[in-house]
Ligand binder design. Sequence first.
Ligand SMILES: [Zn+2]
Ligand SMILES: [Zn+2]
Length: 477
Amino acid sequence: MARTRTKDLAQDEVSTKRKADTLVETVKLAKSTAVDELDDDEALETPKSKKRTSKRVKVEENKVDEQLPIAKKRTSKKAKETATELADEDKNGTLESAEPKKRTAKKAKVKGAEIAPLEERSVGSKLRVGAHVSIAGGVHNAISNLLHIGANAFALFLKNQRKWDNPAMDPEHATLFMDGCKKHSIQPGDCCLPHGSYLVNLAHPDAERKKQAYKSFHDDLTRCHQLGIRLYNFHPGNCNATTRENGIKLIAENVNKAHRDPSTGQVVTVLETMASLGNTIGGTFLDLAEIIALVENKERIGVCLDTCHIFAAGYDLRTPDAYAATMKEFDDVIGLSYLKAFHINDSKAPFRSHRDLHARIGTGYLGLRSFHNIVNDERLHGLPMILETPIEVVGEDGKKKEDKTIWAREIKMLEKLVGMDVDCAEFQTLEKTLFDEGTSERERVGDQVERKKKKDATPKKSKRKKVEVNSDTESDE
Ligand SMILES: [Zn+2]
Ligand SMILES: [Zn+2]
């Protein structure tokens, strides 16, 4: 889909060498502590060499059951109410509505706030890098969570992203959020990019579904306005129930309606680029351009470019030339002035695979050079860049938990890539270390994609096979 275009961006003004060692050191350290988030079955599997040969058979046997251990785990987790769950739930925002739970969450958070940050926020960086943080216990907790990882930008869910409820935002939490921003010189208008609900599909033609989706969307926008947040990111939707053309029209109608309502202030609605094709809207730049064309208030519409998604959708970023061509296509089709933010994720799935599988920076098929290209593009400096990379690790007790040091390190690493020479020893070592770290996952998912391709190319076979191939859960974000 990415049309071939001439490239004109010269990317190599970079020469400043920076002190190297620390970064590579931290990555090494990371490698030793962080176990990649493999599925349970796989974590127990034999080392790589055996894996490749035995896997094809093994994967086929296990695939059907793969969801089971996870499901079980969730149930038992709920019973235990572990700390991890708290974080999970928070993203859901459910704690905001449940009174007794709220108190527990608050206590936990106060404790959390006392913990020294993993990294200090960088001062004077040309980038605004951060991550999608939790609001467990209330929206104000996003502040301590972003300080904890040294972020200069952040995303959050404004309420449970998997439920249709729109419980009112606690005014006390809202005040604490704004006070926290002031206290720490955080401008939520410039560096905060909330993420919309996963349920909302603004392209749905059915009257009831349309009403429900709009209500949630509109409610989120009013929250942004109340909190002083200027940008709001959402998935455009899908046209499962209508034509693409009509779906695009419906999205723009909903956006226009929300823009006209004064309770949404001047919040800018930001369309996210998507990985899939089929009925998903937003898998091509053209989809987004067509929505924008129908939006009346052009000041209040924009695009968030997800690096993993566009790569999976067929837009390359890996070399300076490929990167320049992709950005030129974005400019030609949509217009760079509409680019408001980034989701910064590497991809576990290969180019043009249309799979949404986020990887840690430098460990996926995009590789460190893609991100070097991005952070050294001065046109993008100052835009919020949000990490949605996987941070789940397996602790010493064998339980899965979140390791926030991964984000803290990735933020510092991206900031450091600005002005770094790709030929210097530091970059080369870093690139190789991260590439090696991701090898087994790249091979695993790469195999999966190849098998699916072959399967799709041959006439339909038995039902069993269908289940086998689609194993990984898509990232959703
Ligand atoms: Zn994603
Ligand atoms: Zn998303």
